[in-house]
Design a binder for this molecule. Sequence first.
Ligand code: HEC
Length: 472
Amino acid sequence: MRKILVRVLAFTACFGLTALETAPARADAPVTYADDVAPIIYNNCSSCHRPGQIGPMSLLGFEEARPWAKSIAKVVSERSMPPWKGTSDHRKFKNDARMSDADIDTLVRWAKSGAAPGDLSKAPAPPTYTDGGWRIGTPDAVFTMAPYTVSDDTEDVYIWRTIENHLTEDKWIKAVEVKSTYPEGTHHNLTFLVPKGAGPAGRDGGRDGARDLFTGWAPGTDELVYTPGTGKLLPADHDILFQMHYHKEPGEGTGGTDETSIAVLFADGPVEHPITTAWILDPTLNIPAGEANYKSESAFRFIDNGRIYSFTPHMHLLGKDITYIAEYPDGTTETLLDVPAWDFNWQINYKLTEPVEVPRGTKVRVIATFDNSADNPWNPDATTDVRWGEKTTDEMMIGFMDYIYMKRKKYQRTMALPEGIGDNFFGGEGRRGRRGGGRRGGPGGRGEQRDAESSSNSESNPDSEASTAGGQ
Ligand code: HEC
């Protein structure tokens, strides 16, 4: 992770340098920690840079921040911190982390002028986090996996863990958060729901029982708080299944023990609109060695009126850029999300401030570019063709999208698979889709629907050895 990050900073620097050139306000006023810097750090940095969070150091007070002043100036000027990679034509994101030019300028001037404390007795108190480390507040339920130790010499490992759901009744969930206790070596968590008794979780954990993607985590992912009236169902007859991917540079002292937990808040009443996480994906990826501009595309078609709440693009080291474009039935198009410089280290979920209302017939295209050339500083090996797969050195192209259909009775939870790539591509998952809806009953039932299509590479044969849909 570390090694990759160093390259990332070098890579992103060229996109962010304009920030420094912006004319500063109050150009000759002295800048002090107490007066100027503390509030900026508390607002923009301490959510991660405090004990128990993913930032490598705490920035919770003058003593903590002072030694980092120069580094702070550098990372905010480059806009590599706080991490944020996306833009949109018209949409705003409630977790948009971009700082104002004025705040960046203040941090830069603080570092340049010697990082003075000012009158610390007048500094604002650090924010208190009485949440026991959970950003969603005090959880209604927490599910924690059995400890798993990653050894020093491990580079890449996937494990599956089933966690008993101890709740005795079905619960609608209004907020969810995943937290690893070993974030420095955790590449991702995917959380699924599996029917109780589906059998032990192996590599294909729970595959025989149908499974739904419930949530997930990777560095950069925040908690998810669903809009009132929407939510996800946690049925009492389902257990929780984690897929954990640990990834790091092997080496002494790099190992650790993880006990990832998922915390939830219960909705106060019944939820009218179940949120569905669609996977808009292109598993036919086959990126030739040396190819610097490999295009991949997949699309999701709304078969009724709906609403989109968030996007979480996912690629690995060869990802270059990724875009979600809406094509509306009236012929207009809109870029909903554009990530022009994909950064594998930050798997950010882009949460819309206002949902996008999409009329029936809207197509959401996800278009990605991959760079398998030696010019891509993250590319571990430019001499190998790269396909879809679970390892970090394999590739993925997934546009996750949280959405609802307005008529809940008609369409229930939908996991979309691309058309035209063969039902067996993901083993049981595709077949399950075809058998269709309501099979498992429960509140709201769960229909299945195949309404996404892969429009690139669809002529090529699916690779039957390609990995499971659960890989990320
Ligand atoms: C979303 C969480 C998050 C936020 C918000 C965030 N950081 Fe970070 N920051 C990290 C993580 C994680 C790393 C380490 C990345 C790695 O090493 O893989 C990091 C690294 C850094 C580093 C480099 C540390 C080193 O070892 O060289 C600096 C400096 C830094 N952050 C400053 C800031 C500042 C200043 C802000 C606010 C303006 C900020 N960060 C906001 C998570 C965050």
